[in-house]
Design a binder for this molecule. Structure first.
Ligand SMILES: Cc1cc2nc3c(=O)[nH]c(=O)nc-3n(C[C@H](O)[C@H](O)[C@H](O)COP(=O)(O)OP(=O)(O)OC[C@H]3O[C@@H](n4cnc5c(N)ncnc54)[C@H](O)[C@@H]3O)c2cc1C
Ligand SMILES: *[C@@H]1O[C@H](CO)[C@@H](O)[C@H](O)[C@H]1NC(C)=O
Ligand SMILES: *[C@@H]1O[C@H](CO)[C@@H](O)[C@H](O)[C@H]1NC(C)=O
Ligand SMILES: *[C@@H]1O[C@H](CO)[C@@H](O)[C@H](O)[C@H]1NC(C)=O
Length: 565
């Protein structure tokens, strides 16, 4: 063997060693990348590469509170502020390293308290750098950089992810937030196809709070989620995307006409029914952050829908059992008739795009009679017609604001039609819901399954969605000063609570709002589609430049997951 080739082997050994060390032994530090490599990347992305700093950092220095700290305090539990901030996440544990306790959090119950100056502010699991993405070339440059340096890539859109899939320690984030293009074409033809339909094309950073008013202005309906700040095109869409209209109008994935995506090989692809069909299948339910970075998507626009609505609010939860029994007793009929909505132990909100006002009242008679049977000071009952989805959404979101800036464990289950087909099944279901509601706060029954919307056979979400009626979620929250053991207990508590439902339902859950420790996640999220999705992952991302928790083809041992408990 020549001296030169020995030298070459020696160099390889060194780099293998330093990679292993940086990825596995010191996961909070980015792999050693020279300043000139970062500078090169910065040059390639037009200067839009930045070092990240924790959102609450200004509050951890003297003088306290500085004006920039006051801004952080004021926006600490505001969803919009967090979505606008590259290093902020809606559930704050994804800014922290849960394993080591490294973090930079305020007290979400009182962000103004004086306490934090005595603590340290550490980056936890926020990405080390981010690119303010403007062009497909930015994304291609990041992939090439990651392939060379092994610095992990994450995609940060709005930071709503419940499973921490948009942050990772030592990573480079592709911040898609500023891709805000939004256009409507009444005759959109997917490239390479010959048919057309009305479509809205949204850049990767567009949020529902922008898309709904745009739809109102254009006299169309877009089917989206129940939160203003969630993204239209990112995790929501690629993982399923449910909303109160999904029963009759489908999931987000049912309504995509076309994606544009930069795949890990750096190419910018058009993906629709007529080209790259395999990727079209994968992106319609396979999950975000897995096959590439979507730069825009075109989704179906429908004519405006008039909505019949009912809101029933109980002052106390003593009548919850009766209320949920009425929901269960009528669940199949109401799904067929087009109702969608939400329920907690004290509220039912239902909307319907198919019935007239008179038909709606007849259909919901059992619920209306129940409301009227209660003492007037214990109940509010409101039956209204809204001219459009946007009009309903404005009223709905005024009163229903999600928990923001808090750390929490979520767990969930899809409830099937089989769970309400006999009296004993219905009784069993209501008991399980009540037990889960006792075990954890904040149980929500989301009546958002595509119960009347048949599968096209071309989406990759679990087919169990189609035979489901409800998606049920529970949460278990903790504050900034919880111990590691308390965090573990909260994850367990959420999971144990949902076990009440796991015991009686098919193995199915919604991947975007699932237990971080979902026990059989490949089957729960994708059912029979998993093997095909795994083949597509290997085809489009053979080097695993993208990876995320419980995503298709994930590698649990990757250093990017070192902050998960
Ligand atoms: C308050 C709240 C309300 C919610 N309401 C609903 C609801 O009504 N219906 C519903 O279905 N879900 C809902 N969700 C869940 C939501 O779908 C997920 O949180 C989803 O992951 C958010 O996607 P995002 O792109 O906005 O967020 P991010 O956290 O930024 O990203 C989430 C995931 O998507 C990936 N991703 C983001 N952008 C891209 C892209 N351009 N290309 C490829 N991958 C990308 C990321 O890698 C990450 O894995 C809600 C969540 C919260 C916190
Ligand atoms: C946004 O739209 C403008 C005008 O149509 C276009 O020039 C630009 O390329 C678009 N940007 C992206 C990222 O698609
Ligand atoms: C909105 O669209 C509907 C049906 O598509 C149509 O009947 C109605 O006239 C339109 N309204 C306006 C203001 O354009
Ligand atoms: C955690 O912080 C909260 C609010 O700041 C405080 O009330 C509580 O006592 C603290 N708990 C512990 C264990 O320090």
């Amino acid at each position: 063997m020549s001296l030169q080739s020995l030298f070459h082997l020696w160099l390889l050994g060194i780099s293998a060693f330093s990679t292993a060390q940086s990825l596995d032994q010191n996961p909070l530090q980015p792999p050693p990348v020279s300043q000139s490599e970062w500078d090169d990347l910065k040059y390639q992305v037009g200067g839009r590469l930045f070092r990240s700093a924790p959102f609450a950092k200004p509050c951890f220095s003297q003088p306290f509170p500085s004006p920039s700290c006051v801004e952080v305090q004021d926006g600490y539990v505001d969803e919009g502020t967090r979505a606008n901030t590259p290093s902020a996440y809606i559930q704050s544990q994804w800014e922290t390293c849960q394993v080591t306790g490294e973090q930079c959090l305020l007290d979400y119950t009182n962000p103004k308290n004086e306490e934090p100056t005595s603590r340290q502010c550490l980056p936890g699991s926020i990405p080390s750098y981010f690119i303010d993405v403007q062009t497909p070339e930015d994304i291609a440059a990041a992939f090439a950089f990651s392939k060379k340096t092994r610095v992990p890539i994450v995609i940060k859109n709005t930071g709503h992810d419940y499973k921490g899939r948009s942050s990772a320690p030592g990573s480079l984030a592709l911040w898609t937030h500023n891709l805000k293009n939004l256009t409507y074409n009444p005759k959109f033809t997917p490239e390479g196809c010959s048919h057309s339909s009305p479509g809205v094309t949204a850049g990767a950073g567009v949020q529902w709070g922008e898309a709904y008013p745009f739809a109102e202005k254009n006299n169309i309906t877009l089917v989206g989620g129940s939160d203003k700040a969630v993204g239209v095109v990112g995790g929501w869409l690629q993982g399923g995307g449910h909303g109160a209209l999904s029963n009759t109008m489908g999931l987000g994935v049912d309504r995509v006409l076309q994606f544009k995506i930069v795949t890990p090989d750096g190419s910018h692809k058009v993906v629709n029914e007529c080209q790259n069909e395999d990727l079209f299948f994968a992106l319609r339910g396979g999950g975000g952050g897995t096959f590439g970075v979507v730069t825009e998507a075109t989704i179906l626009a429908s004519p405006p829908v008039k909505l019949q609505s009912l809101i029933l609010a109980l002052k106390a939860s003593t009548a919850t059992k009766r209320m949920w029994s009425i929901l269960a007793d009528n669940a199949l009929k109401w799904a067929d008739e087009g109702w969608g909505g939400f329920s907690t132990s004290q509220v039912v909100i239902l909307i319907n795009p198919k019935l007239s006002s008179q038909e709606a009242r007849e259909s919901l008679a059992p619920l209306i009679d129940f409301g009227r049977s209660l003492p007037a000071d214990e109940v509010e009952l409101d039956i209204t017609e809204f001219p459009t989805w946007g009009a309903f959404f404005d009223v709905f979101t005024k009163d229903h604001v999600a928990a923001v800036g808090v750390s929490l464990a979520l767990s969930s289950r899809l409830i099937s039609k089989g769970n309400v087909d006999t009296a004993s099944h219905r009784e069993e279901l209501v008991s399980a819901l009540l037990a889960a509601n006792t075990a954890t706060p904040g149980l929500i029954i989301l009546i958002t399954a595509p119960s009347s919307f048949p599968s096209s056979g071309k989406t990759s979400v679990t087919e169990a969605w189609r035979s489901s009626l409800y998606h049920v979620t529970v949460i278990s929250p903790w504050n900034w000063n919880a111990t590691t053991e308390e965090k573990r207990q909260n994850y367990k508590r959420a999971s144990d609570s949902i076990d009440n439902l796991r015991r009686i339902t098919p193995d199915a859950a919604y991947l975007n709002e699932a237990d971080v420790y979902e026990p059989n996640h490949e089957v729960s999220f994708w059912g029979e589609h998993y093997p095909k999705l795994l083949r597509l992952k290997e085809k489009y991302d053979p080097n695993h430049l993208l990876d995320c928790w419980h995503c298709v083809g994930w590698k649990r041992n990757s250093a990017r997951f070192s902050c998960y408990l």
